[in-house]
Design a protein around this ligand. Structure first.
Ligand code: FPP
Length: 251
């Protein structure tokens, strides 16, 4: 359940964070579930299941501080190459988590969306996700995106494939095609680019995540393994972000 912890805790966070300099959009690469599970002498799925607790923690924190957009990397287009058991387990865990949490998230005014490609996902799976997410689409609070079956290069390729016929038909003028045209056809159309990207577990790369959108994103890496990444760690990353000087190529 996404419930709200003690008021005093929320006040403590509010003191740490400058609400006037909040990032609009935070993207998260939840890494280290496998290594965390191994340390416990358990299987990889145990790590993923515990990772859901960390998702809950950062969603709660996001609502409490008034964040507008949060995007988590739940399953990449490359993750299909993992052992079949793990893939099946992850697909089930993601869907089960959505089904279990959607009502509570909706009560907390959260809008839930899945971003990614439909390729390789069964129509039943897609339909279930759609049916659950739809329940939240009249909400106006945190936009919580779950990147599922997501790959950044494929996202750009799919955008190009949607634009090509529009160029052919003359709807988009070949000479005047601009970045905004491409952005309109990304899965994140209409959303602000991430201001901050967090990756856990000590790995320092983007792994095909939001590669178009993260051109000017501030990167934050921590050694904490995802299942250990909770509210405090999330807020610490935001406090670190707020100390940075963003120049967007200027001086
Ligand atoms: C990376 O750790 C983690 C993943 C590929 C899956 C993350 C998914 C969840 C936590 C499920 C939550 C989803 C929702 C919608 C609530 P890894 O397996 O690469 O870890 P390792 O690098 O230590 O092996």
């Amino acid at each position: 359940m996404f419930f709200f912890r003690k008021k005093s805790e929320i006040e403590k966070y509010k003191k740490l964070i400058n609400s006037k300099k909040l990032p609009n959009h935070i993207a998260v690469i939840m890494d280290g579930n496998g290594r965390w599970a191994k340390k416990q002498g358990a299987g990889r799925l145990y790590g993923h299941r515990n990772g859901v607790e960390s998702v809950r923690a950062i969603v709660e924190a996001s609502v409490e501080i008034g964040l507008k957009y949060l995007t988590i990397y739940a399953f990449s287009t490359e993750n299909w190459s993992r052992p079949e058991d793990e893939v099946k387990g992850l697909l089930k865990l993601i869907l089960d988590s959505l089904v279990n949490e959607i009502d509570q998230m909706s009560k907390n005014n959260i809008v839930v969306r899945f971003i990614g490609t439909n390729k390789n996902l069964s129509p039943e799976y897609q339909e279930k996700i759609h049916r659950e997410c739809e329940k939240s689409w009249n909400n106006t609070g945190l936009n919580f995106n779950i990147a599922m079956n997501y790959g950044g290069r494929l996202e750009i390729l799919e955008a190009v494939k949607k634009i090509m016929p529009l160029i052919k038909s003359g709807e988009i003028n070949e000479e005047n095609i601009c970045e905004k045209d491409i952005e309109q056809y990304l899965y994140t159309a209409g959303m602000p680019d991430p201001d901050l990207m967090i990756r856990t577990s000590g790995e320092m790369r983007l792994s095909n995540y939001l590669i178009w959108q993260s051109a000017y994103t501030e990167l934050y890496f921590t050694n904490i393994l995802w299942p250990d990444f909770k509210k405090e760690a999330f807020l610490k990353a935001i406090v670190d972000f707020q100390k940075r000087n963003r120049r967007f190529g200027g001086i």
